[in-house]
Design a protein around this ligand. Structure first.
Ligand code: ADP
Ligand code: MG
Ligand code: ZN
Length: 485
């Protein structure tokens, strides 16, 4: 982590809120769906009606624990829900159920790759909480509230102040998002806000160990903007200090058009929230059996997958990173590689052809073909039945259908013509029809060889095996006297 800014260095710690992909909300049975008509997924619990009692969603706990374990955290046997009190129209209860001094999990880490190589960034804690609703402004000149999102389960992942530049922060976010997506608990959608990030930024003189005063950049919805906003904020703070000023603890936003951060509010402090334990929920107890169960179901982490793709399967680091760009893409590649047997050939074909027409939305993906079709197609190339070039044609025919590549090859009469006798018959007729050229070739005009190859290819519709054509032609032109002589 060598990035410095003159005699200053930057210190960044990220707080990430990730929606858990449960079917129902954290404390009631309402559906967690995005984009439905406003206020159609609400009930007394998530509307905050007096007397309604929350019941914790076990699936949300499973997903939160799964995330905590995937991040190497120590899951606490007992954790406590707390009320975080504040007033805002999208929070009908007047408080958010969160966790405070006894969070679900502590002390994890994330492997990130920086300019200086691979390193680890610490994770302070992972806790569970619920999302607020959404204020929608400017509907008929009014601001209205949609409570469909209210009560959606979230995890908050609080990072240690271990990051030193905007680029490192973006890398941390990418790796974190990837882990949550690969374990299937979050769809990673920054734009729709199911994966949100606040960045805490401070600066200090190089060599100083005390943390400087930080500002918090709120809700920036792309990796690029996070990196940009942090770097601009670092420069703003340094300029301020160099002019003799001092950084004030603030919450700031980012204006991507003007390329500047701006003041949202001076930071409210923790005591303003009057946290206290949620009286309507018992402590959350996670026993050994549950932990073991969740741990056992964790898939291979994406970093390990990339390592295996390069070290055991022989892929380039670039290919490994492309093919782990989405959990479904990784699964597709692995299945095709397993069926075919040559991972490198499969990787090349998937990258070169299949990914062009692959679409991902959230955790799902649609592929133009099935892994089995790719494996069968590449086998036809291995067997010499078709050329690599023909494989691309077959692929184009096959895309969007469930047809077997062998059937397409047969129907289109595409198979490579490798039968020497058949090619010889074609070659003989070509030579007979081009006596002058044959004579010229034999008299020393070697360049005419290519002319004959071209004629044979034309007659066979490009399907003749080029190596066999060469052999046959050499024999007929150079060796034996011309048949048509
Ligand atoms: P709060 O909940 O009020 O935002 P926390 O103590 O939970 O405060 O810290 C939240 C985040 O801020 C953490 O990710 C932490 O790493 C980061 N952080 C704390 N102090 C600093 C600092 N001086 N500079 C940069 N990041 C900081
Ligand atoms: Mg904060
Ligand atoms: Zn509800």
């Amino acid at each position: 982590m060598a990035t410095t800014y003159g005699s200053f260095e930057a210190v960044i710690g990220l707080e990430v809120h990730a929606q858990l992909l449960t079917r129902t909300k954290a404390f009631c049975g309402c559906a967690t769906s995005f984009g439905d008509p406003p206020n159609t997924h609400t009930c007394p619990v998530c509307l905050g009606l007096p007397g309604a009692l929350p019941v914790l969603n076990r699936e949300a706990v499973r997903m939160a624990v799964s995330a905590a374990l995937a991040l190497g955290c120590a899951v606490q046997e007992s954790s406590v829900f707390a009320r975080k009190n504040y007033f805002y129209p999208d929070l009908p209860k007047g408080f958010q159920i969160s966790q405070f001094d006894r969070p679900l999990a502590l002390r994890g880490q994330l492997e990130i790759e920086t300019e200086a190589g691979k390193t680890r960034a610490g994770i302070t804690r992972v806790h569970m909480e619920e999302d607020a609703g959404k204020n929608v402004h400017g509907i008929g000149g009014l601001s209205v509230v949609d409570l469909n999102r209210a009560g959606t389960p979230l995890i908050e992942i609080v990072g240690e102040p271990d990051l030193r530049s905007g680029a490192e922060a973006a890398e941390y976010l990418k790796r974190l998002r990837e882990i949550l997506m690969f374990i299937g608990v979050n769809d990673g959608n920054l734009e729709q806000g199911s994966f949100r990030c606040d960045a805490n930024v401070s600066v200090r003189k190089v060599g100083e160990t005390k943390l400087g005063t930080r500002t918090e950049l709120k809700n920036i919805n792309s990796f690029r903007f996070v990196a940009e906003a942090i770097d601009l904020e670092i420069r703003r703070q340094i300029a301020l200090i160099e002019q003799g000023g001092r950084v004030r603890q603030q919450t700031r936003g980012y204006n991507a058009e003007k390329k500047e951060t701006y003041l949202l509010r001076d930071k409210e402090n923790e005591s303003g929230y009057r946290y206290f334990p949620e009286p309507d929920l018992p402590p959350l107890v996670v026993d050994e059996a549950f932990l073991a169960d969740v741990r056992g179901a964790l898939p291979e982490p994406p970093v390990d997958k990339r390592r295996r793709f390069t070290e055991s399967l022989g892929l380039t680091p670039y290919a490994a990173s492309v093919l782990t760009g989405h959990p479904q893409i990784a699964a597709f590649f692995e299945e095709a590689a397993r069926l075919h047997g040559d991972a490198v050939k499969v990787a090349n074909f998937v990258q070169g052809e299949v990914l062009r027409d692959t679409r991902t939305t959230g955790l799902s993906a649609t592929f133009p073909v099935a892994p089995g079709q790719v494996a069968a197609l590449l086998r036809l190339v291995d067997e010499g039945a078709i050329s690599g070039k023909q494989a691309k044609e077959v692929y184009t025919e096959m895309a969007g259908t469930d047809r077997a590549p062998g059937d397409i090859v047969r129907d289109k009469g595409m198979a490579v013509m490798s039968d020497a006798a058949a090619i010889e018959a074609v070659a003989a007729s070509v030579i007979a029809a081009n006596e002058k050229q044959a004579a010229a070739y034999r008299a020393g005009k070697a360049a005419l060889f290519g002319y004959f190859v071209g004629q044979i290819m034309k007659k066979t519709g490009g399907s003749a095996n080029p190596a066999v054509v060469n052999d046959v032609l050499k024999r007929l032109l150079d060796g034996a006297p011309a048949t048509g002589g």
